[in-house]
Design a protein around this ligand. Structure first.
Ligand SMILES: Cc1cc2nc3c(=O)[nH]c(=O)nc-3n(C[C@H](O)[C@H](O)[C@H](O)COP(=O)(O)OP(=O)(O)OC[C@H]3O[C@@H](n4cnc5c(N)ncnc54)[C@H](O)[C@@H]3O)c2cc1C
Length: 293
């Protein structure tokens, strides 16, 4: 059995003091990943002496519009991402992704910060957040730094978070006019599945129907979620009226294999990822054509 001392704080300052004073502290937010790992004594869990409960820090539960960014506190739950007008209105892709997570209980307890720091290859919020060019704010007693989420992730279940740092904010730049987004997911079971494959697509369609600034980020397809630049470039410059979706499907499959190499799951994932991008593009094209009329 894993034994540890339990710490709790109601203020960011207090939590940062603990992280500064003690080493080997594990942060607890909603606990939906961490408590499962503690219970299983998962080998992924690093040795720790203290469990620091941050779930009662009100300062970490905000969603606000600041200049051209929506800023989200790490303790915002999946349920709140689904319900919050600022998120639904500006980043429906994030609400859609949150809607697909776990069960009602998991969506009520699980947080955006936990989903990010746990850094699972299958985390459902990571692909949309990367596609939206989200940034993370990491705070310690001595300093604060901002990294792009894509750079923050360094491997499966690995990030650049330092032992004395707390994730205190997620910043997402607003999309301008003409942007469309979609999130697709294939899960093992509908209600309680960790995604077997998901895909976030963000793109801009101009008044002539041409794609620009396309961002394609699949999840569970590569060791950890990352952008697919070859696929993105293959969409940019194409028109919604004659884009060859089969061709884009082949390109995304090839790009996945170029990153992962051939694996046992490749024969399943190649057609599956092609289907996800085709579905996402079809949905966005339909929406863009409707807006044109
Ligand atoms: C049955 C079940 C189904 C699930 N289904 C899905 C699913 O469909 N899709 C999906 O993406 N996930 C799923 N999950 C995983 C999980 O619910 C999410 O990843 C959730 O968002 C984690 O948030 P949490 O607050 O519970 O994190 P915790 O478990 O509290 O923490 C997770 C990790 O993040 C660290 N951490 C948390 N907050 C901070 C912070 N502010 N600063 C620094 N470090 C921090 C913790 O130390 C820990 O290492 C499922 C889990 C279960 C048990």
């Amino acid at each position: 059995m894993i034994s540890y001392e339990f710490l709790t704080s109601k203020k960011i300052e207090e939590a940062l003091d603990y992280l500064d004073k003690f080493s080997k502290v594990q942060i607890l937010a909603g606990g939906t990943d961490l408590l499962v790992n503690i219970h299983k004594e998962s080998p992924r869990l690093p040795h720790f002496d203290y469990l620091l409960d941050i779930s009662n820090i009100p300062e970490l539960k905000f969603i606000t519009l600041v200049k051209n960014f929506i800023e989200i506190g790490p303790l915002v739950t999946h349920f709140r991402l689904i319900e919050e007008p600022l998120i639904k209105g500006n980043f429906p892709i994030l609400s859609t992704a949150a809607q697909t997570i776990g069960s009602v209980q998991i969506r009520n307890r699980g947080t955006i910060g936990g989903n990010i720091v746990n850094a699972s290859p299958a985390a459902d919020l990571l692909p949309p957040l990367i596609a939206l060019k989200a940034e993370v704010v990491l705070t310690s007693k001595k300093s604060e730094r901002i990294l792009s989420l894509e750079k923050f992730l360094t491997g499966p279940y690995k990030t650049k978070l330092q032992a004395d740092e707390l994730l205190t904010k997620i910043k997402i730049p607003l999309l301008g006019d003409g942007y469309y987004t979609d999130f697709q997911k294939i899960g093992r079971r509908k209600a309680l599945s960790i995604a077997r494959l998901n895909l976030a697509l963000v793109t801009k369609i101009d008044e002539k129907g041409v794609f620009h600034d396309t961002r394609v980020v699949p999840g569970s397809a590569t060791p950890y979620p990352q952008s697919f630049p070859v696929t993105e470039e293959s969409v940019n410059g194409k028109s919604i009226f004659n884009i060859d979706l089969e061709e884009i499907g082949e390109i995304v499959s090839k790009e996945m294999v170029s990153i992962t190499g051939e694996r046992w799951s490749t024969p399943y994932k190649k057609p599956a990822i092609a289907t996800l991008i085709k579905r996402a593009l079809e949905k966005i094209i339909k929406e863009a054509k409707t807006n044109e009329n």
